[in-house]
Design a protein around this ligand. Sequence first.
Ligand SMILES: [Zn+2]
Length: 143
Amino acid sequence: MKTYNGGCHCGNLRVAFATALSPEEMEPRACQCDFCRKHATGAVSDPEGTLTFILQAPDQVHRYRFGLGITEFVICRNCGVYVGAHMPDGDGAYGNVMAHVLDDHALFTQPTVPVIRSGEDEEGRRARRRKAWTPSTLVTMPE
Ligand SMILES: [Zn+2]
């Protein structure tokens, strides 16, 4: 298991993605919803890994929701970078991270794969993410 660190531009929002998968083999997914297209996303995840969002100043982090409203799209309010998605689910949560916000983004050499998820209902979406996304946590750093 290796940890890939990254985050937003100003450093307020950090992320740590631990995975045994090799970045060269991961195919970043380019969701084709309006939000993701506007951000040119390339999301990676590993159900066997862990993902941690680390907030320095939580009031400077926007957890944007739209559509089904079940997902927090985690964006730094200060510098505007969209870092990844976090979906609270029961006692836990599942998330993904944008490969291009990781410090080692250049290791993710596979082209992004467009994916269309617009036909899903909430149950279908949650079921897919429980299998494909990374168990995630969102933590606030003490001052
Ligand atoms: Zn920032």
